[in-house]
Design a protein around this ligand. Structure first.
Ligand code: PPS
Length: 296
């Protein structure tokens, strides 16, 4: 699927949510969907965010036979693309065929970094890049890989963290991913948001985001979006998340919306492992000049 993704035809009003996995993608998708669908927020109780947006890497991530088990995705595909061929990408073709709607842009989720798209992506549409401190992202990713059948990971956190630091996990090296966005953070079409800042100062972040997206939102509307995308509301809709995917147990406790906090790594990483992670962080974050919050 690489060349299809690389050449994907983004539209000027598209909003791309780009992240390394487990850094706040779904939260940001829900925020942006809320901002652009204020008149139909209750739709979120009926339809999972996966179906209200387009996760274009799915075509490369999941086997077609597994994608085809998802009735909603396949119905959407057949409706939007009567002549489409599933093996050429169910989600990418659905997304391409989605008729333009003046005030409701396509919201496109991707975990692929900027480097896997055409260099002019940022000149074509807006990209919101969410990043999260790598220790909590790693804890969350370990949980995900135990929860979701696609991965079937059975190892300890320590084993996972070593693979994560080596980039030997789906989507590869954390720092490479972040670096591509960080280096272009001043581009007018790129907004870089930290997961921890969303937690610390949600309304202010939403206000900046609204301006970045060119939306005129009142304080009351921003409050409604914040509430709509709050952890408790999103967790309440947890049962909807179509983890095709789910659900092996492998010791994973909690659903897709596990804890939604900053600093949980302290409950998981041993002091020895933390020393190794600290060294790894110093080595990479220092040269990039990026710093994360590890506790709030
Ligand atoms: S994925 O699978 O890569 O798309 O996962 P992603 O959505 O990027 O990250 C999942 C983690 O984000 C947490 N989350 C939230 N935190 C705070 N507030 C809200 N509203 C929220 N929504 C999702 C989710 O719980 C995962 O983090 P952990 O640490 O595992 O709880």
């Amino acid at each position: 699927m690489a060349h299809r993704l690389y050449n994907f035809d983004f539209r000027p009003d598209d909003i791309v949510v780009m992240t390394y996995p487990k850094c706040g993608t779904t939260w940001m998708q829900e925020i942006i969907w809320g901002m652009t669908h204020l008149d139909e927020l209750e739709e979120a109780d009926r339809l999972p965010i996966t179906y209200r947006t387009f996760f274009i890497d799915s075509d490369a991530l999941y086997l077609l036979k597994d994608q085809m088990k998802d009735r909603y995705l396949m119905d959407r595909f057949h409706t939007l693309c009567p002549d489409g061929r599933p093996e050429q990408g169910v989600i990418m073709q659905s997304c391409s065929a989605q008729p333009p709607q003046p005030t409701k842009p396509r919201i496109i989720k991707t975990h692929f970094p900027l480097s896997l798209y055409r260099p002019d992506l940022l000149d074509k549409c807006k990209v919101v890049y969410v990043c999260r401190n790598p220790k909590d992202a790693c804890v969350s990713y370990h949980h995900h890989c135990r929860l979701v059948n696609t991965y079937k990971f059975e190892g300890s956190f320590e084993a996972f963290a070593k693979a994560f630091m080596a980039g030997d996990v789906f989507y590869g090296k954390f720092w490479d991913h972040v670096a591509h966005a960080w280096q272009r953070r001043r581009h007018p079409n790129l907004r870089l948001v930290f997961y921890e800042d969303l937690q610390l100062d949600g309304l202010k972040q939403l206000e900046h985001l609204g301006s970045f997206l060119g939306l005129q939102l009142s304080q009351e509307q921003l409050q409604r979006v914040a509430e709509h995308a709050s952890f408790s509301r999103m967790k309440g809709r947890d049962a909807q998340v179509p983890i095709t995917l789910s659900s092996s147990t492998n010791g994973a406790v909690g659903g897709f919306f596990r804890k939604g906090i900053t600093g949980d790594w302290r409950n998981v990483a041993s002091a020895e492992l933390d020393t190794v992670m600290e060294e790894w962080i110093r080595e990479h974050a220092g040269s990039l000049g990026i710093s994360f919050k590890y506790a709030l």
